[in-house]
Design a protein around this ligand. Structure first.
Ligand SMILES: [Zn+2]
Length: 151
C-alpha cells in the first residue's frame, strides 16, 4: 500500500500514513492530537519549468514571480517588482484561495524543515551533525612534500 502525507491543521503538523489507494483521500486521525488530518496532494509542491519559469503542476497557466503567483509574465519590471504585485492595494480580505495559498506556504516551510531535519542539513545544505554521522569522508589530498632546496 502506498504512503500518503497528511496535514493536521490544529497542530500544524505533517504525518504519513499507509493507506489503500481508494482510501487515500479520507481524513486520517493525527497521531499527535487525534484530529482529522487532511491529505496533502503530491502535486502540492510539484514544479516544472517552462519558459525558464517555475510553474506549479498541475499547470494552472500561472507564473511565479519571487515566490508569488502571477497571471502573466512580467515584460517590464521596475526593479524586481512584477506589475501585478507592485503596490499592493489594501487587501479586501483573504479569500479562500489566498488563505489556502498561505497554508501552502506554511506547509512548504514545514516540509523543508522536516526534510532538513531528516537529512541533517541546515538551510544552506551543510550537515548539522558533525560527529557520529555516517558520512563518507573523502580523503584530503596528500600534501606535497616540499623539498627545500639545499643551501
Ligand atoms: Zn494534530
Amino acid at each position: 500500500m502506498p504512503l500518503y502525507e497528511y496535514y493536521c491543521e490544529s497542530c500544524n503538523g505533517i504525518f504519513e500514513a499507509i493507506r489503500e489507494m481508494r482510501e487515500a483521500s479520507i481524513a486520517v486521525p493525527c497521531p499527535e492530537c487525534d484530529r482529522d488530518g487532511e491529505r496533502i496532494m503530491s502535486s502540492f509542491n510539484a514544479f516544472t519549468f517552462r519558459d525558464g519559469y517555475p510553474r506549479r503542476i498541475p499547470d494552472k497557466g500561472t507564473y511565479w514571480h519571487m515566490g508569488q503567483e502571477v497571471k502573466k509574465r512580467a515584460t517590464r519590471m521596475k526593479g524586481w517588482e512584477h506589475p501585478e504585485l507592485a503596490k499592493p492595494k489594501p487587501k479586501p480580505r483573504a479569500t479562500k484561495g489566498e488563505s489556502r495559498a498561505q497554508r501552502d506556504k506554511r506547509l512548504a516551510a514545514l516540509r523543508e524543515a522536516r526534510y532538513r531535519d531528516r537529512w541533517g542539513i541546515d538551510k544552506d545544505g551543510f550537515p548539522t551533525v558533525k560527529d557520529g554521522f555516517p558520512t563518507v569522508k573523502t580523503k584530503a589530498p596528500e600534501k606535497e612534500k616540499k623539498v627545500l632546496p639545499a643551501g
